[in-house]
Design a protein around this ligand. Sequence first.
Ligand code: ZN
Length: 308
Amino acid sequence: MPDFTEKTVNFYTGGLDRAAHLRKDEAWLAARLTHPSSRFVPVWRGQNLIAGGASAEPRAVLLTRDALAAVAAESETVLLGVHEDRAYFACDLSPLETPQEAIRAELAAEFVDLRRVGPLLPRGEGSLLAFARGLAYWHSRHRFCGVCGSPTKPEEAGHVRRCTNEDCNAPHFPRTDPAVIMLVHDGERCLLGRQKTWPQGMHSTLAGFVEPGESLEEAVAREVFEETKVTLDRITYHSSQPWPFPASLMLGFHASARSTVIEVDHSELEDARWYEKSWLLTHQDDEQFRLPRRDSIARRLLEDWLGR
Ligand SMILES: [Zn+2]
């Protein structure tokens, strides 16, 4: 198991050497795919394999080659990277109806949504599982060529899919969808909203997808204006976070408000208000108001603004 001890800014990032230079090295890949030291990160229908999922200390469960072979005679694998001379691969077990039965008996583990246990996992494990989940999702959605409709097949250890129609031959690369997420403030207050579908009481920063032909700063200003009619003055980049649920890259910003009158677009938000810094610093999460989840960049943007 990778032990990425360095503290990364955000959850689900960091640590693994992605070893891109080895993705085309067929001999190295073949040797590592059968090597006893290699580890396979199973993904099943968007879920990751976790032991102690209901406990305070869940752990990622990785499979040896033999353990993988016992569950699936064949599975598509993708090289994730190398850490301390050990190769890590993702393997998608989604075609199997009930892989968890064999695995649960052997390893006392089950497939769960990474978000259920993410904040409690060691950071390195969380980032490895998120990477595996993101790539498995991309592969599952790119089995056919978007140019001519023919089947595609993986190349370069799973980091490319190429069209099998020789006249087309188009390569397709893993995609991630950029989304901006912003903590808007006016000095002593910040703007938080909530969507109907969120857990009860949860409030968070505003966010939205970047559109083609748009800069990140434009996307920040547009999303905030669309959702609340608040206009912005100064937009500064904070940090980013992969959010493979299913395929986003969150680009975090702090922004100061030029106007502060809120007019909520109820098709997007249930509510949006200004919250005093002093109130946020003393409030304990309850049914009426709770902060965003601890593994989210939204929480990080907020905590940094609060200075804690
Ligand atoms: Zn094609």
